[in-house]
Every structure is written in C-alpha cells, then in structure tokens.
Design a protein around this ligand. Structure first.
Ligand SMILES: NC(=O)C1=CN([C@@H]2O[C@H](COP(=O)(O)OP(=O)(O)OC[C@H]3O[C@@H](n4cnc5c(N)ncnc54)[C@H](OP(=O)(O)O)[C@@H]3O)[C@@H](O)[C@H]2O)C=CC1
Ligand SMILES: O=C(O)C(=O)[C@@H](O)[C@H](O)C(=O)CO
Length: 281
C-alpha cells in the first residue's frame, strides 16, 4: 500500500495500519494543510484527527492536494462526547465525512467514554452499524478502560479494533497495554512523546540516544514501536516529522526498553485525563 519500509499491524478486522501515524492536533488553517502535506511527503500514511480538533476540513484538503491517491492514505477521526446518543453519533460521523470531503473513513473512534453520561455504548453501536454500511472501514475507541471495553463488547459482540490511549515514558500504560492485547485490540499511543513535557533529558532516553546515534525523540518513538503500540506524534516542522518517522533502522535493547518503561509514575498523566472521570464533550 505504501512504499516506505514502515512495518505494519494487522487489526482484528483484517485491516492494516502502519506502525506509526501522524497526529494533527492542534494544527489549524494553512499551517494544518501545509503541515499535513509535508507529513505525507515525509512518508506518513495514517492521519489522526477528531471533530473536537476543528481541523477535519484541513485534513481533507491535505488529502486532496498531496498528490497521492485517496486509497494510499488512512484517515481517522473521533466522535465527541456530546454526540454519544445513537442518532447523534451517526450524524457526527456523517458530519466528519462532509467536513473531510471524503466518502469513507478508514478508522473512527469514540473519543472519550465520558462514563458519567453513560452513553458510550450507544456511540459504539452506531460505529458498528456504520462499518456495516461501509462508511467506516475500521472502528475503535479512545481512552477506554477494561470495564468500558468489556461493556461495549458485551452489548454488541463487536470488539474494537484499536484503543487509542495516553502512552509515553511517564505514563507507559503497562496494564492497559495488556488489557488491549488480551482482547486482540491494537494499542495506539496519544501524546507519544509526552507533548511539551517530553522526557528527552531523562538519562534512560538521552543515554540510549547517544549509544544509537539518534535523537531522544527517536528513542521514545522506537520504544513505542517495540512495545507494539502505534505512536501518532504531531510535529509542524518537516525536519522533526522526518526524524520522527525514521525509527526503523535501530533497535533498543531489553535493558534500554525496561529503563524507559521504568520512568512511569503514578502522577504521569499529562493533564489528569483519567477516563473514569474526565469529561470531554
Ligand atoms: N485520543 C485522545 O484523547 C488524544 C489524542 N491525541 C492525538 O495524539 C497526537 C499527538 O499528541 P500530542 O499531544 O500532539 O503530543 P506529542 O507527544 O506528539 O508531542 C507533540 C509536541 O512535541 C513537539 N515535537 C514533535 N516532535 C518532536 C521532536 N522530534 N523533538 C522535539 N519536539 C518534538 C511538537 O512540536 P513541533 O510541532 O514544533 O515539532 C509538539 O509540541 C495529537 O496530535 C492527536 O492527534 C492527543 C491527545 C489526546
Ligand atoms: O486532543 C485530544 O484528543 C483530547 O482528547 C484533548 O483532551 C486534548 O488532549 C486536550 O485538549 C488536553 O488539554
């Protein structure tokens, strides 16, 4: 599908995702279109957006002007918390398609469970039906715990293909990665570099960077790849976009992997986004 030497993961529905994707938040307007086009030129094929990022139009525009056929790109978006009721969720996905200017999505997520509202299983049922219709190729969830996953599986008999969760060295998600793997769900990592609090100076990261002759960012993304999760780093800068993709030419040792995972801490979440309590409408 894509010509670069990027490994792939086959999902539980048979679809294939590249081992790394491109995060588009908070890119907007012209910076978003040019930034996404340069990411595609660098070799990214999986583009991650959401209704709440307010940039679906820009993502669609980048897909149209980048010069690649639509089918070589994988576009993912997300249903916001305010649209969890079944009909609203269906309308939300149609709205995403309209803003993107696309006739199908490759992947669509329930963005957050918002358990106090308690309707995430309705949004999931809507995605199951939209996949049947062919409007969405693969369906996933984001920020779901084991209990949220088990509820949607029990209610629909359909297991999400992907669970996109916060995952970076300060929050390595050992337990949730196992929860996903036990259910045959592919993990994706949001804020894979740790956003602006990136742990680039941590000795576990900096020392590995020196040993392998790469940057700290590349070490963290390689750690993500070796964990088996799909990171979706965001960068507006073409040089960092290229560097972030260039993580398939070296391998971290078991000791280096463990030392980075050991940076995890109980208060490691970036903004306290605990899926059991965080409300994102
Ligand atoms: N499902 C969910 O709830 C969530 C999903 N997401 C998704 O995850 C994506 C990525 O997460 P995000 O929060 O952006 O965090 P990232 O961990 O991807 O970090 C992005 C930040 O790091 C900088 N950066 C990128 N590459 C490098 C590098 N090699 N060296 C130094 N700095 C670098 C970027 O700046 P610059 O642009 O200047 O390079 C930017 O400030 C989002 O874009 C979004 O698609 C994010 C949060 C929640
Ligand atoms: O970016 C996303 O996908 C989110 O879900 C937001 O929570 C985002 O990370 C944010 O705005 C954090 O303050």
């Amino acid at each position: 599908m894509w010509d670069m030497a990027i490994p792939t993961h086959t999902l539980n529905d048979g679809s294939v995702l590249p081992a790394i994707g491109f995060g588009t938040y908070p890119l907007k307007d012209d910076e978003a279109v040019s930034g996404i086009v340069s990411a595609i030129e660098a070799g990214y094929r999986l583009l991650d957006t959401a209704v709440n990022y307010g940039n679906e139009r820009e993502v669609g525009e980048a897909v149209r002007v980048c010069g690649l056929p639509r089918e070589e790109l994988l576009v993912a978006s997300k249903i916001p918390g305010r649209d969890h009721e079944y009909d609203a969720a269906i309308a939300s996905v149609h709205g995403s398609l309209e803003r993107l200017g696309l006739d199908y999505l490759d992947l669509h997520f329930v963005h957050w469970p918002n358990p106090s509202v308690g309707k995430y299983a309705e949004a999931w049922r809507a995605l199951v039906d939209l996949r049947e219709e062919g409007l969405v190729r693969s369906i996933g969830v984001s920020n779901f715990t084991a209990a949220h996953l088990d509820r949607v599986i029990a209610e629909t008999g359909v297991t999400p293909a992907v669970n996109q969760i916060e995952l970076h060295p300060y929050f390595p998600q050992v337990e949730m990665r196992a929860v996903n793997a036990e259910r045959g769900i592919q993990t994706e990592s949001w804020s894979p570099l740790g956003k602006r609090q990136a742990p680039f100076a941590e000795p576990a990261v900096a020392d590995a960077a020196e040993v392998h002759g790469v940057t700290p960012g590349q070490v963290i993304l390689r750690w993500q790849v070796q964990l088996g999760s799909i990171p979706i780093p965001k960068s507006a800068a073409p040089d960092r976009q290229r560097a972030n993709l260039d993580v398939f030419g070296f391998e971290l040792t078991d000791a280096e992997m463990s030392a980075i995972t050991a940076l995890g801490r109980s208060d490691g979440r970036l903004f306290g986004g605990d899926p059991d309590t965080h409300e994102e409408m």
